[in-house]
Design a binder for this molecule. Structure first.
Ligand code: PEP
Ligand code: MG
Length: 325
């Protein structure tokens, strides 16, 4: 499939209206990195750091992690890599952590909640990231931020580790950008202060959608019941995008939907200028974006909203059929 889009590799995802969408890739393994060249991605918008922790029988060593993160940055050749700190939950149990039985694991003790309550592992991971990026930019984001103090505490933790690394005489990153993943509806309603305090926002659409519709993303009975192009869902994403614009904070969308061409088109039409997806999706998404006028797509969505449509899927598809033929 990548071959089909090979000629697009060096081309921007520029729509007919002139707007360009940055397309990055999601990764989680060293083995994913060759796709960076093959797909023509602008960088790694989401590096999931769980696998190195899940694949080990004991906590990975700081030195090993630092070497791996450095190799990931080397492979990106100066393109940004956004590292997400450990996002484990009671469904993704680390073999060396005490198991906690929870009635609702998706709503339970997971991600940043674990990182803040048991800071040892997160601190070690932050040290590894700082050491890996010595002299280079470091982009870190914290998963599952549901209220402002979680972001503040996590950021303080990173600042303390940076000061500590400096006191040890280690070379610091050339710059540090700290972002929050917005994956709970609560953050769409957060005060402007939250957005102003972040360096960037990444919308975790997989989790945001499951919490927005109260539909378990792992449950086949309900997983596909609610359309991502449902007007209500687009409205909450739009709210987040608008808050970021007000605060002048860059925002991207990194859920699976970013890799589906029609969904990606809708996200771009409502204002997202950066999407992160699996590498194989970059070609198809770019191909579609380059053939459409986003302002027109925006009007199609606005009309569907005004009519009271439940979803913009049918009108968008109808317009696409029209505009592409
Ligand atoms: C998301 O929730 O959209 C996301 C990108 O994170 P994950 O799929 O790893 O939960
Ligand atoms: Mg998530």
């Amino acid at each position: 499939a990548q071959e089909r889009y090979a000629d697009l590799r060096g081309q921007p995802a520029q729509a007919l209206c002139g707007t360009t969408i940055a397309l990055s890739m999601n990764a989680g393994l060293m083995a994913d990195l060759p796709s960076l060249e093959g797909s023509g991605a602008d960088g790694v918008g989401l590096f999931r750091t769980e696998l190195q922790f899940l694949a080990n029988r004991s906590v990975p060593k700081r030195g090993d992690l630092a070497r791996l993160y450095a190799r990931v940055m080397d492979a990106a050749k100066g393109r940004p890599v956004v590292f997400r700190t450990l996002d484990i939950g009671s469904d993704k149990v680390l073999p060396y952590m005490k198991r906690v039985e929870e009635p609702n694991p998706a709503l339970g003790w997971r991600a940043i909640r674990v990182g803040l309550d048991r800071p040892g592992i997160m601190r070690m991971q932050l040290q590894a990231l700082i050491r890996a990026s010595a002299g280079r930019p470091l982009h870190v984001m914290f998963p599952f931020i549901a209220q402002l103090d979680e972001f503040r505490t996590a950021r303080d933790m990173l600042d303390r580790e940076i000061a500590h690394e400096q006191s040890l005489g280690h070379t610091l990153p050339s710059k540090v950008r700290v972002g929050a993943m917005v994956e709970t509806p609560s953050m769409a309603f957060a005060s402007a202060a939250f957005y102003a305090e972040t360096d960037f926002i990444s919308i975790g659409g997989n989790d945001l959608k499951q919490f927005f519709f109260a539909a378990d993303r792992e449950n086949e009975r309900v997983r596909r019941r609610y359309d991502t192009l449902n007007v209500s869902f687009l409205n909450i994403v739009q709210m987040i995008v608008d808050r970021c614009a007000e605060a002048d904070v860059p925002v991207s969308f990194c859920g699976e939907d970013a890799g589906r061409p029609l969904e990606a088109l809708a996200l771009a039409a409502i204002g997202l200028r950066a999407l992160s997806m699996r590498p194989a999706s970059i070609g198809p998404v770019k191909h579609l974006i380059r053939r459409v006028d986003l302002a027109e797509a925006h009007d199609v969505i606005a009309a569907a909203r005004a009519r009271g449509d439940q979803s913009v899927r049918d009108p968008l598809n109808a317009w696409l059929t029209d505009t592409l033929t």
